[in-house]
Unconditional design. Structure first.
Ligand code: HEM
Ligand SMILES: [Cu+2]
Length: 572
């Protein structure tokens, strides 16, 4: 369908800005593996410090790119399936809030005033603009949901007995999860961190801040993932040459995410002493609940691919694997999706280890963690985002993809890179290699007394895989921006490779209405989080003063009454 000029521009900017920033994000990924392998034995390179780079890397790749993309993709999905454009005024206000917020946070990070990593745990303190900018980015991304809800309700009124398109349902579920979980982080930022960063309050309840952060932080990973799921259910079967095995399975999986994605954040706090064991156990148990929608998805997609392969002439039990369009340039999205899914198998398996409270003790804060989550967020999520950005742009702008042969190879290169990279990091993690550490200064520096030779092979694998990922990432940017600078040669239309469903399943009201699911979501949230927040408020230990990223000594404050604070003023 044709898009209005205003909506088209909006979508281009929302795809283009984070992809331009990605050059900085991926550059720092490369730098991290170089430092960590001990090739560089310094605290900074080109005036950018390790932790400053790590903050830029996490924030740009995992927060800015994913949020901008989700909003742009949401606009495209709602417009395409409901055949109406969203309210442009709301959409542009949301765009400007997100963009101004990103610029503020980028300034704070680039000037070295907010090297607090993307989790910004207190007592590390960043510049107030970092927190304000993040809050603006988040609140800006809320606005479209209210407008989409209005569009959806009007559509429902006009089509009371038609099944809600699966993609629309997924997009709404995703932004409902996002809205609910970001309420907690907005509270953390605006009520706890910002006044404290401004120096208005002397100290902070670290456990409460962490609990509010992870209320948001785990659901964040589903906010990353659901746009990719929408693509896997709706577009992958068609790209493979087949049909979606079950549309109902997709609905059930998406609704289950409403239940299981938020009330599990405490699984990131297994080592936080203030939270009691019972809550940790309960949330660990709920975490395994996420395996249900994941397996539903895995089986449904596998069945859809098998159907496609057989239609393409495959024989035997697994013959269908050989009959899929892996290198078809006209269907390059298939390559981005299938590579993402292969990587995700390992991401899911390593995630089960993290979720088990006992096993978590072994890998907590080791390189295993980045080994795991690069196979989720930098795997299926990243590949779906970049592939789809290219697809939407080239279709809506009517431009042919620049270097189409390279475009179809990139995901394979990325997959090879990431499997090597994550093998190195996971193996390293199992033998104690820490994450968030500039290893080149000490453990990977043969001249240092802490030199640890066991970590040479693991960090070398990380380096090798990281270089391959870097090359693939840069090639993608060449393909994307090369396409942007091409001339229009095709009809410019928003288009998606929509899959039919294989069976004609009848509409079941329970799986076509948000109300019961939202009610269940509220109940589980209260059961899971009231006790956790109660622990965080009543049993947090001493409150912490402010620390700047570059010094282990707290920043003294005139009104500071904690013992840390007095120590600090004594050292002055
Ligand atoms: C060239 C590609 C990439 C390389 C070589 C790379 C490398 C790394 C390394 C080595 C770390 C761990 C550093 C440490 O803990 O000391 C890391 C952290 C991280 N990476 Fe990547 N990465 C790449 C791409 C990505 C992408 C595409 C995403 C997300 C879409 C991503 C998200 C993250 C996040 C969220 C962290 C955690 C930051 C933190 O601990 O605060 N990375 N990356
Ligand atoms: Cu989690």
């Amino acid at each position: 369908m044709k898009l209005s000029t205003s909506l088209k521009r909006l979508i281009y900017w929302e795809l283009g800005i984070p992809l331009a920033l990605l050059s900085i994000g991926i550059y720092h990924g490369l730098m991290q593996v170089i430092y960590r392998a001990g090739v560089l034995r310094d605290s900074s390179f080109a005036k950018l410090d390790y932790y400053q780079g790590l903050t830029l890397h996490g924030v740009i790749n995992a927060v800015v790119l994913t949020t901008f993309f989700a909003v742009a993709f949401g606009h495209a999905i709602m417009t395409f399936y409901l055949k109406k454009e969203p309210n442009k005024k709301v959409a542009w206000i949301s765009f400007w809030m997100m963009t101004i917020g990103t610029v503020m946070a980028a300034w704070a990070m680039l000037s070295g005033k907010a090297s607090v990593l993307y989790t910004f745990y207190p007592p590390l303190k960043g510049h107030p603009f970092f927190y304000l900018g993040s809050a603006l980015l988040i609140v800006g991304s809320w606005l479209p949901l209210f407008d989409w809800a209005r569009m959806y309700m009007r559509w429902k009124k006009e089509n009371p007995t038609t099944k809600t398109p699966l993609a629309v349902l997924g997009n709404l579920a995703n932004f409902i999860i996002w809205f609910v979980c970001t309420l907690a982080v907005a509270y953390e930022v605006l009520v706890l961190l910002l006044p404290w960063a401004m120096g208005w309050t002397p100290d902070i309840n670290v456990t409460l801040a962490r609990t509010l952060f992870w209320f948001f932080g785990h659901a964040l990973v589903y906010f990353w993932l659901l746009p990719a799921y929408i693509m896997f259910y709706n577009f992958l079967p068609k790209l493979a040459g087949g049909k979606l095995y079950s549309d109902m399975a997709g609905r059930i999986a998406l609704f289950l995410f409403l239940l299981f994605s938020v009330p599990v954040g405490v699984h990131h706090q297994f080592s936080d002493p203030s939270i009691t064991k019972g809550i940790k156990f309960f949330q660990s148990f709920l975490t395994f609940g996420v395996a249900i929608p994941s397996f539903i998805t895995a089986f449904t997609l596998a069945a859809s691919l098998e159907y496609a392969g057989r239609r393409n002439g495959a024989k035997g039990l697994f013959g269908f694997f050989k009959k899929l369009p892996y290198f078809d340039q006209s269907r390059y999205l298939f390559a981005y999706f299938i590579c993402g899914l292969i990587i995700f198998i390992f991401g899911g398996l390593t995630g089960m280890v993290n979720a088990s409270a006992e096993l978590n003790n072994t890998i907590h804060n080791t390189a295993w963690l980045p080994g795991h989550f690069h196979m989720t967020v930098a795997g299926p999520v990243f590949l779906a985002i970049v592939g789809m950005s290219l697809y939407i742009y080239s279709k809506a702008a009517g431009k042919r993809v620049f270097m189409p042969k390279v475009a179809v190879i990139i995901p394979y290169l990325w997959m090879i890179g990431i499997l090597i990279f994550s093998t190195g990091l996971s193996w390293g993690g199992l033998i104690g290699e820490p994450r968030r550490t500039n290893l080149g200064l000490t453990y990977l520096n043969p001249e240092h007394e802490l030199f640890t030779p066991e970590w040479v092979p693991t960090t070398m694998l990380g380096l090798a895989g990281g270089i391959i990922m870097f090359v693939a990432g840069m090639l993608f940017l060449v393909v994307f921006f090369g396409t942007v600078f091409r001339k229009k040669t095709e009809p410019a239309e928003l288009e998606f490779p929509v899959s039919e469903s294989l069976h004609n399943e009848k509409r079941v009201p329970l799986f076509d209405s948000f109300k019961p699911w939202l009610a269940a979501m509220a109940v589980i949230l209260v059961i899971a989080y009231v006790p956790a927040l109660k622990d965080a408020v009543t049993n947090p230990g001493p409150k912490a003063p402010r620390f700047a990223p570059e010094s282990p000594v707290p920043i003294s404050s005139t009104t500071n009454v904690t013992n840390y604070g007095t120590e600090a003023s004594e050292t002055k």
